[in-house]
Design a protein around this ligand. Structure first.
Ligand code: PEP
Length: 260
């Protein structure tokens, strides 16, 4: 068994409604309770309006819930934003930050992602910080340059914090952009190489407990490919998009993490 407890987190993206969520929460509760997988940490990240629903349905289970994003600012005149303090108020254990869809569609920069990481750290919210290269960047041979730049911004917020997050609340998600929602998964060897690079970079940037930080893989993880990815020494679970919306598939991915 790995020293780091794997994390499987579902990123529901902008999907669901009250009725369909209720079905999914019910199915997840039932199947994960039945499966009893104490070796894995499980979380789901529904859209903001349904975080209260997640709290109501998952509050008495071992399944955590989190947000898909957080404001880079504290409470105040930031119309449309949701602050870290509000996430704490709702019982969020985690927040995703820097997802490639936010970087691409909302133009989020490394500095903004770093500011969001700092907000999570300041409020004690576990952070799932995403990074990954585009297909063009991989084909141009600049994957490590891009990952290095993204890790440096995230690491600066983690290392410079007055009250740092414990290592078990820090997660980096390597999500190659070309693998997200495309059905084109990174090979286990490609993922491992990127994860090893990210971990070494965290050490180089002064995150001394980087060996205890989880680095999860995201990008078209399915029930059929999860086991081979999670078997890699530096792949500590997954951030799961599409497959997290189907309870049976998500459960199979959690099982794969449990035996990795
Ligand atoms: C994601 O959006 O974080 C993701 C990994 O999506 P998918 O699993 O659908 O590729």
């Amino acid at each position: 068994m790995k020293a780091r407890k794997p994390l499987v987190a579902g990123n529901w993206k902008m999907n669901g409604d009250i009725v369909s969520n209720e079905h999914l929460f019910t199915a997840l509760r039932a199947s994960l309770e039945r499966a009893s997988l104490p070796q894995v940490e499980v979380a789901v990240c529904p859209p903001y309006p349904y975080l209260g629903q997640a709290a109501a349905w998952l509050g008495d289970t071992g399944i955590a819930w989190g947000a898909q994003d957080v404001s880079a600012f504290g409470n105040g005149a930031y119309t449309g934003d949701v602050s870290a303090a509000m996430l704490v108020d709702l019982g969020c254990r985690w927040s995703i930050v820097g997802h490639s869809e936010r970087r691409q569609l909302a133009g989020e920069t490394d500095d903004q992602v770093a500011a969001k990481v700092s907000m999570c750290v300041a409020h004690g919210i576990g952070v799932i910080a995403c990074l990954g290269e585009t297909l063009e960047e991989r084909e141009a041979g600049t994957t490590e340059t891009v990952l290095g730049r993204q890790v440096d911004a995230i690491a600066a917020s983690l290392v410079g914090a007055a009250q740092p997050l414990p290592a078990e609340r820090i997660v980096l998600a390597y999500e190659p952009v070309w693998a997200i929602g495309t059905g084109r998964t990174a090979s286990p060897e490609t993922a491992q190489a990127a994860h090893r690079f990210v971990r070494e970079r965290l050490v180089a940037r002064g995150l001394h407990d980087a060996a205890a930080v989880r680095i999860v893989y995201g990008g078209s993880v399915k029930a059929g490919n999860a086991a081979s990815l999670f078997a890699m020494p530096d792949v500590d679970g997954g951030l799961i998009g599409g497959a997290s919306l189907v309870a049976d598939d998500f459960l199979e991915i959690c099982r794969a993490a449990a035996v990795a």
